[in-house]
Design a protein around this ligand. Structure first.
Ligand SMILES: [Zn+2]
Length: 115
């Protein structure tokens, strides 16, 4: 039986790889990963620990927000002051994850795609 009810065809190794990628590379929270995978969040944590992943301290799901108040852009990876990110009340610190430059580029691409 698969570890994850959402991915019945995945092997355990593939699921562990996916969980690690979500947590480490994509900086997702345990709760988010638990929802996406259908695996209990405590079990997700146990699996990650067993896989040798260093867990972030509780409540430190920062979404690119750095301690000095700057944020790392999810898209280009550059670090900017928060004011360089568009206002978005649904996100941590009330600002979006992409810098304004990336946001504008993305909008331009969406526009091109629609034509
Ligand atoms: Zn950017």
């Amino acid at each position: 039986m698969s570890l994850s009810p959402r991915f019945p065809t995945y092997t355990d190794d593939e699921i562990i790889e996916w969980l690690t990628e979500m947590y480490v590379s994509k900086d997702r929270s345990l709760v988010y990963i638990a929802q996406k995978s259908g695996i209990d969040k405590y079990k997700v944590r146990r699996i990650l620990l067993k896989a040798g992943v260093t867990m972030r301290p509780r409540g430190q799901h920062t979404e690119g927000l750095l301690r000095n108040g700057e944020r790392q852009c999810k898209s280009c990876g550059a670090v900017f002051p928060l004011k360089m990110f568009s206002k978005d009340k649904t996100k941590t610190a009330g600002r979006g994850y992409r810098c304004k430059t990336c946001d504008n580029l993305r909008r331009a691409w969406v526009y091109v795609d629609e034509e």
